[in-house]
Design a protein around this ligand. Structure first.
Ligand code: S3P
Length: 429
């Protein structure tokens, strides 16, 4: 992927950059906030719509925009992104296409902004981008949807169009209805990373999508928005100081890549094998199911019964997120952890993923009398039931795995030796 640099800040490589949105509605406050962002932000996003809305109410016009831009430029030493977020895309100002273009052109020509956000769906997007190009200002084409999340392929298609239309950076921000939508955004990030040649920003908004704001280094987003002074400009944003600390942890863990994740169907021997790896390597063991049970104070079967499977899956995702910033370990995963794209990507950012497999017959014999706390197999416990569920999950297991080890007829000690010798010989990190 190509990078993009504005005022010595490079987007698209290393730790994602932090943008602090300035959302005050009075010039003096905007300038004060810009100054406060000096040591906290890599970039400020001057969200001009609150100011314009207030001006329109008080004076009927946009006021002295260029003077305000000069003030912000003087107060903040890094790049300034100028954004007029209209009501249709979650902003505060309703505006005609002609007016939209006029305001953006004034900003582009002011010499006081480094990047211009243009809402891609607007009629005037292409014309506004031409104005920006004439003034020598690069463009972030953006798409926002506060109601729904498009499919990953549709997001990629939009990003490709943005690239063709001359964007320096492509941005998409969507409201997820459920976990599957968050995964769709993360899948889109994967596709964009492979197929786009410009940096991009992809956000699932709201509490559910928070993971996309923090894990840009893993998912591919080059910029994340975080607030100063307690005011978020979009749902799900977190404070800039917390964000900086989290980004640092994620970066360090990504450099180390010290974890080993054992994934695989129930009964493939993940726990026994994790213990054997501990004996041979000294890596501590983390049992995902047990850790969740301890935190919740109840067995997995009860969590499924009282809170549902989706809630249990959220607990798994949270646990994986919390591993960033912790000592490396060998992690014995629950059999269903791989079902979520975001879990697969979180694990990959931390280390190596080893898939243990076994035939349905082997699993059937290993799980005899041990299905009480395994709600996903308890009610269909037969070789056929195991085979069916395995088939449903095969693609997810394969998509997650760095290394695959068939375990039929192998002792946990032998499997551990295999994994550690591959690790030592550099076959995986
Ligand atoms: C599950 C597997 C279990 C446990 C939960 C769900 C699954 O872990 O996380 O019962 O959906 O495959 P084990 O693979 O350790 O049994």
């Amino acid at each position: 992927m190509k990078t993009f640099t504005a005022k010595n800040v490079t987007f698209g490589s290393g730790i994602p950059k932090i943008a602090v949105p300035l959302t005050d509605d009075r010039p003096e406050e905007l300038i004060k906030s810009a100054a406060a962002a000096r040591n906290e932000a890599d970039l400020v996003e001057l969200r001009i719509d609150p100011y314009l809305a207030r001006q329109a109410e008080e004076t009927g016009g946009p006021g002295e925009l260029t003077k305000l831009l000069a003030g912000v430029r003087a107060a903040f030493d890094g790049p300034v992104l100028f954004t007029l977020r209209t009501a249709a895309e979650g902003g505060l100002y309703e505006v005609t296409d002609a007016k939209y273009r006029e305001i953006l052109a004034e900003a582009a020509e002011s010499g006081c902004v480094d990047l211009l956000d243009i809402e891609f769906a607007r009629e005037t997007a292409a014309a506004a981008a031409e104005d920006a190009a004439k003034a020598g200002i690069p463009v972030v084409f953006s798409q926002h949807d506060f109601k729904r999340t498009p499919g990953a392929d549709a997001i990629l298609g939009t990003f490709m169009e943005m690239e063709r239309a001359g964007a320096a950076i492509a941005k998409g921000a969507y409201m997820p209805e459920n976990g599957a939508d968050v995964d769709e955004v993360i899948r889109a990030s994967g596709l964009a990373g492979e197929q786009l040649s410009i940096p991009f920003i992809l956000i699932a908004m709201g509490e559910k999508g928070r993971i996309t704001r923090m894990h840009g280094e893993i998912f591919g987003s080059c910029l994340t928005f975080a607030f100063l002074g307690g005011r978020a400009s979009a749902p799900g944003q977190i404070g800039a100081d917390v964000m900086r600390a989290e980004l640092g942890k994620i970066h360090e863990a990504g450099m180390r890549k010290g974890f080993i994740f054992l994934i695989g169907f129930m009964g493939t021997g993940k726990s026994a094998c994790a213990r054997a790896i501990r004996r041979n390597s000294g890596l501590p063991v983390l049992e995902m199911d047990e850790t969740i049970e301890e935190r919740q104070g109840m067995p997995v079967s009860r969590i499924f019964k009282t809170q549902g499977e989706e809630a249990f899956r959220d607990m798994e995702t949270e646990l994986l997120e919390s591993l960033y910033g912790q000592e490396s370990a060998v992690v014995s995963c629950g059999g269903g952890v791989v079902l979520r794209e975001r879990n697969r990507r979180l694990m990959r950012g931390l280390g190596t993923i080893v898939l243990l497999t076994a035939s349905p017959e082997t699993i059937y014999s290993r799980l005899q009398g041990k299905t009480g706390n395994r709600p996903n197999i308890r009610d269909r416990f037969s070789v056929e039931g195991i085979r069916e569920l395995m088939e449903v999950r095969r693609a997810a297991y394969m998509a997650a795995a760095d290394v695959m080890i068939p375990t039929d007829g192998l002792s946990p000690r032998k499997i551990a030796e295999k994994i550690l010798s591959e690790r030592e010989s550099g076959n995986f990190v």
